[in-house]
Structure formats: structure tokens, C-alpha cells
Design a protein around this ligand. Structure first.
Ligand code: ADP
Length: 161
């Protein structure tokens, strides 16, 4: 049984995240979405809200048997080792992601050699998408239905109205 971690902030989950997740499920039997508790970031959605939204979306897509969601605090590689998982999935949208991602991947490998990072490219239509821009568009009254599932769109409207 092959398992990978898919770490991130997921504030909130978007079609870009889901594109990577569904591609990763073709390579791994099980994915653990790991939501980082990052005290320096001020997320719009609480940890419980983010977990709840992801659960709803997984259920809708019928992938809730293969994907679990967990919050974690601390070093990602320690979490990976604790879970006996040797792959970390990251999405690469554009060259601008590359430098930071390379640094993270190499540092993580230096900390734990057996933990490898697997980079995946989303469909081109999601290369410009991130949670921040979706929040911005929603806040300004734009339609985000092409970027996030309905349940997330609703949650954004409730939060930002
Ligand atoms: P982080 O704060 O770790 O970047 P995010 O929630 O923004 O957390 O992203 C989590 C992961 O999902 C990252 O690897 C990121 O590159 C990837 N990701 C986010 N949006 C997209 C997208 N539109 N296409 C591909 N990958 C994405």
C-alpha cells in the first residue's frame, strides 16, 4: 500500500489542489492531506472549517476512502516519518514556484533522506490559481465557481459577506 502526504494550507481548497490530488491518486493508494498549523499565517478559515470543507469535497467526489485529512504542527518530515510515509506531493504551477519548492524539497531530504518530494503539474487552466486570489475575487463580489467547488464558494460567501 503506497501512501503520500499532500501538505499545504488549503485556505480554502481549490480546483487546483483537487487536480493535483486526483492525479496523485493515480500514483498512490492513499493520500494524507496534511494541513499545516502555521502560527505566522492568519488563515481565513479555521483548521476545523478547512478540514470540514475538504471532507465534504472528498465525499462529493467519492474519494473519501482513499484520502484522509490531518492537521499537523512542526516539521513535515517528522510527521512523514511518524506516519511511515516516504513521499510528499507538491504542485508546481509555474517557474515562480520552483525556487522555493526546490529549497524546501532539498532541505526536507537533508533532514530525512528517505522522504522524497514528488512534484506534479496541474492542468494548464489551473496554473494561475491559488487560494489567495480566490479569496480576493470572492471578497470583491466576483464569481468563483470556476475555481472552487460549490460548498467552498458558499463558505467563502458566508465568511466574506
Ligand atoms: P502552501 O502554503 O504550502 O503553498 P497551499 O495550500 O497554497 O499551501 O498549496 C498546497 C500545495 O498545493 C502546494 O504544493 C501548491 O503548489 C499546490 N497548489 C495550490 N494551488 C495549486 C494549483 N492551482 N495548481 C497546482 N498546485 C497547486
Amino acid at each position: 500500500m503506497s501512501t503520500a502526504l499532500y501538505p499545504g494550507t488549503f485556505d480554502p481548497i481549490t480546483f487546483g489542489h483537487l487536480d493535483i490530488l486526483e492525479r496523485a491518486l493515480k500514483l498512490f493508494d492513499k493520500i494524507i492531506i496534511t494541513i499545516a498549523i502555521n502560527p505566522s499565517k492568519q488563515p481565513l478559515f479555521s483548521m476545523d472549517e478547512r478540514v470540514d470543507l475538504i471532507h465534504k469535497v472528498l465525499l462529493e467526489r467519492n474519494i473519501d476512502k482513499n484520502v484522509t485529512v490531518e492537521g499537523f504542527e512542526g516539521l513535515l518530515v517528522n510527521f512523514a516519518l511518524k506516519k511511515n510515509v516516504h513521499a510528499i506531493i507538491r504542485g508546481l504551477r509555474a517557474v515562480s514556484d520552483f525556487e522555493y519548492e526546490l529549497q524546501m524539497a532539498l532541505m526536507n531530504r537533508r533532514l530525512a533522506d528517505k522522504v522524497n518530494t514528488v512534484f506534479m503539474m496541474p492542468h494548464e487552466k489551473y496554473t494561475y490559481l491559488n487560494s489567495t486570489i480566490v479569496k480576493e475575487v470572492s471578497k470583491l463580489g466576483g464569481d468563483v465557481s470556476n475555481f472552487v467547488p460549490d460548498v467552498v464558494k458558499q463558505a467563502l460567501e458566508n465568511k466574506l459577506s
